[in-house]
Design a protein around this ligand. Sequence first.
Ligand SMILES: *[C@@H]1O[C@H](CO)[C@@H](O)[C@H](O)[C@H]1NC(C)=O
Ligand SMILES: *[C@@H]1O[C@H](CO)[C@@H](O)[C@H](O)[C@H]1NC(C)=O
Ligand SMILES: *[C@@H]1O[C@H](CO)[C@@H](O)[C@H](O)[C@H]1NC(C)=O
Ligand SMILES: *[C@@H]1O[C@H](CO)[C@@H](O)[C@H](O)[C@H]1NC(C)=O
Ligand SMILES: *[C@@H]1O[C@H](CO)[C@@H](O)[C@H](O)[C@H]1NC(C)=O
Ligand SMILES: *[C@@H]1O[C@H](CO)[C@@H](O)[C@H](O)[C@H]1NC(C)=O
Ligand SMILES: *[C@@H]1O[C@H](CO)[C@@H](O)[C@H](O)[C@H]1NC(C)=O
Ligand SMILES: *[C@@H]1O[C@H](CO)[C@@H](O)[C@H](O)[C@H]1NC(C)=O
Ligand SMILES: *[C@@H]1O[C@H](CO)[C@@H](O)[C@H](O)[C@H]1NC(C)=O
Length: 421
Amino acid sequence: MSRYAAFVLLLSFGLVFRLSHGIEVNVTDGGKLCLYANLTLSFSVSYEIAEKESKTVVFEIPESASSKDSKCDDTSPILMLSFGEGHSWSMNFTTKDKSYQADVITFTYNLNDSSVFPDSLANGTVTVTAKPDITNVDMDTCYSCKSKDEIQASAEVNMTLSDVLIQAFVVDGSRSQNLTTCAADTPTPAPTPTPTPTHNVTNATTVAPTTNASTTAVPPTTPAPTLPTPATGNYSIKSGVNGTACLLANFGLRIGFKQNEKYQEVNFEPPSEASGSCGVNRSELVLVSNDITVKLTFANDTKKFRLQAVNVNISTSSGVFVQSNNNLSLWEATVGSSYMCNKEQNFTITPLLSFYTFSLHVQPFDVKNGLYSTAEECFLDSDLSFLVPIAVGVALSFLIILVLISYLIGRRKSRTGYQSV
Ligand SMILES: *[C@@H]1O[C@H](CO)[C@@H](O)[C@H](O)[C@H]1NC(C)=O
Ligand SMILES: *[C@@H]1O[C@H](CO)[C@@H](O)[C@H](O)[C@H]1NC(C)=O
Ligand SMILES: *[C@@H]1O[C@H](CO)[C@@H](O)[C@H](O)[C@H]1NC(C)=O
Ligand SMILES: *[C@@H]1O[C@H](CO)[C@@H](O)[C@H](O)[C@H]1NC(C)=O
Ligand SMILES: *[C@@H]1O[C@H](CO)[C@@H](O)[C@H](O)[C@H]1NC(C)=O
Ligand SMILES: *[C@@H]1O[C@H](CO)[C@@H](O)[C@H](O)[C@H]1NC(C)=O
Ligand SMILES: *[C@@H]1O[C@H](CO)[C@@H](O)[C@H](O)[C@H]1NC(C)=O
Ligand SMILES: *[C@@H]1O[C@H](CO)[C@@H](O)[C@H](O)[C@H]1NC(C)=O
Ligand SMILES: *[C@@H]1O[C@H](CO)[C@@H](O)[C@H](O)[C@H]1NC(C)=O
């Protein structure tokens, strides 16, 4: 009934939509049902079709998606749906006390599939992860959520889940009739319209599935293999035909990335040439070296500049690794000065991508005479950072003196007290 109403509503807006079908999955183990899912899932993916031109496609997971790579076990079952030419979507579950939860959604899409991504500039697969909002589902119940859950997995990928009925850890081969209903489905007395739960990129941390620790290393916890310090590149972008430099950058860069569950670090070999552009509000630096392309986009927010976006594209033997974050605030300094950090710094660009910088110095705006202006140094470099232990020491001695004084005063008071008796 409500579907029919929605359909009429859409038609009345002149929109032609295919009604969502949803997909039903019965994962069995030894002939017995062990994981059940019935859900409607659609994707909105934007991808580059030309320099600075992107296209957004919206598609639904087809009913023909295969669940043959799903697996059941007592601790960490996985619902894995593969479809089309090399696309897959998975959700894995773990237990906690007397409930279970979905830990991470992993969506891999293949830009080579021109039937889904026509005219894509990049080829290769892209993997994004997101944290689903499916927690505290009572054991032996189905999780039910009719409401739409919009999940923003990255700047390029949104997923919409609706009409979800899932049971992980099915016992005795039959689905439970008892439900754990999501909060969005429960009408609240509050006058505000029920918000659809949203997740943004910052929430999309990769949650290590609790399978085998050795196979699920997460970048910051992996001890870095001992690579030499990367060579420092000197880059400059000139404005006009034979104009002067308008963007200057020097740095050594090591890139940590996780592809197909494997974390690795590589030193970026500085190319001799850099390309890019300078603008009033945006400047860009593009570095291409061997199999790695790094694009850094700087923003001028009136008084300050910052590194706003990072796009990285790495070709490896196992495919093309593509990650980007367009909402960063790194390397900040006043417009008219430069940003400097000689000490090693690390930055988590996305859950799958980290940068380690060495001898960093950049000025993306307002370069005069091709030279760096006054540098604003990072805290690690600053002369003040050595003051921290001194400050702590001073504060401690002050505290001791204070205690001593109050002790002396206290003794005096109590002595006068005895005298008055
Ligand atoms: C994802 O959703 C956000 C917020 O609704 C929107 O701004 C963005 O354009 C969407 N991205 C895609 C690729 O659809
Ligand atoms: C991917 O791109 C490379 C170079 O850009 C090209 O040589 C190769 O044929 C492409 N592969 C596919 C499957 O389109
Ligand atoms: C459903 O819940 C009721 C009450 O909590 C319980 O008695 C019953 O055994 C449950 N049924 C199943 C199939 O778990
Ligand atoms: C986990 O590790 C154990 C041994 O430590 C091994 O037997 C098992 O196959 C591994 N499981 C997976 C999923 O890698
Ligand atoms: C990243 O930097 C912090 C200090 O800023 C340091 O404590 C941490 O160990 C570094 N992580 C790695 C993986 O180098
Ligand atoms: C650019 O350089 C060429 C030769 O080096 C010179 O002839 C020309 O005048 C220069 N143009 C400008 C705008 O300086
Ligand atoms: C930075 O942006 C402000 C405001 O958009 C503008 O007035 C200023 O000229 C810009 N600075 C540079 C160096 O482009
Ligand atoms: C730069 O940003 C300012 C304010 O944000 C805007 O008024 C101006 O048009 C922008 N300039 C360019 C060249 O985009
Ligand atoms: C960008 O990041 C800021 C804070 O880091 C956050 O408030 C904002 O919502 C983010 N925007 C998007 C589109 O993710």
